[in-house]
Structure formats: C-alpha cells, structure tokens
Design a protein around this ligand. Structure first.
Ligand SMILES: Nc1nc(SCCc2ccccc2)c2[nH]cnc2n1
Length: 158
C-alpha cells in the first residue's frame, strides 16, 4: 500500500526566462528545480506553495496569481511513498530572487534549461508546461536516476 504525500512546485516565468533553484540540501540535492516542498497539515496547497517560494528564494507571490498547471505523481521501486506534486506557475511576483540555505536561484532562458542537472522526468513534461498545456503525469523510478515507466496526458482542465 502506498502512502500519498502532497508536495508543491512553483515555476516563476517571464516572457523569456524561467526561474530555477539549485537544491543545496535534502531531497533532490544538486538538481535544478522549481521551488516547493511538503504541504503542512494546517495549510492549503497554494499557501504551502507560496510559503516555500518565499522560504527558498525570498520571492513573494499572491496565491490568487498561482496557476495550477500540472499534477505529477512519483513512485520509487520498493518505497511505499507516492509523491503527489501540484505544480504551479506565475508571471506575477515581487522581490528579487535571493540565495538561501535551501536553494541557489538563477534565471534561465528557455533554450538553456539545464535538463542534464535536473530530474529525468523534467525533460518529458517541461515542453508541455512551456507550451502552456495542462498535464497529468506519473513516473515510476528505480533509484533517483532511472525512470522504469511513465504516463503523461494533456488535460482540458486541472
Ligand atoms: N521536477 C521534479 N521535482 C520532483 S520533487 C518536487 C517536489 C519537492 C519535493 C520535496 C522537496 C522539494 C520539492 C521530482 N521527484 C521526482 N521527479 C521530480 N521532478
């Protein structure tokens, strides 16, 4: 039986760039990713997303400006955890991204996204996100680097 745990991921975008963070510790360390993490028991998912963005790179966003653009599920061979990841995007934000203990933020041009230093599944679903599509995707891993199988589908609505 799998234990489902909800996580968030926020991508802050401008017309030409996307903000990624290099994870300095913990799950996904040394990979570039959006900002996010666990959702606490007492908070709404969107509030958890905004909280993690602030904690991880000091940016402020309004939850009403967050667009839910993907629902991703990750499972890992031999592990009981199902990671239920709610992905958000926004082009409205306040502040300047700053390094924290968790993340080193950096703006990337869309043609320079460092997929070789990101989770392997990102190169599968990022193109959908960058085209403004809504998606459901699930990825079954062996270890942290090998995708054993996956499914991805475009959605009309989340
Ligand atoms: N892009 C991406 N992100 C994650 S975890 C994102 C959610 C998270 C979880 C724990 C700490 C911080 C953030 C992935 N896992 C497996 N493939 C993956 N791809």
């Amino acid at each position: 039986m799998l234990f489902k745990k909800v996580y968030t991921l926020i991508f802050v975008r401008t017309e030409n760039q996307i903000l990624l963070g290099l994870k300095k510790r913990g799950f996904g360390v040394n990979k570039w990713n959006g900002f996010g993490g666990k959702v606490e028991q007492n908070e709404l998912i969107v509030d958890g997303a905004a909280r993690e963005l602030k904690e991880e790179c000091c940016l402020d966003v309004k939850t009403s400006d967050l667009k839910n653009i993907a629902h991703l599920e990750f499972t890992f061979e031999g592990e009981p955890l199902l990671m239920d990841v709610r992905v958000f995007s926004t082009n409205i934000f306040e502040g300047t991204p700053a390094e924290t203990e968790e993340m080193s933020p950096k703006w990337f041009n869309y043609e320079d996204i460092p997929f070789n230093d990101m989770w392997p599944d990102d190169r599968v679903w990022f193109p959908y996100m960058l085209k403004g599509k809504l998606i459901y995707g699930r990825f079954h891993y062996k270890g942290l680097d090998t995708i054993l199988d996956y499914k991805i589908q475009e959605l009309e609505s989340m």
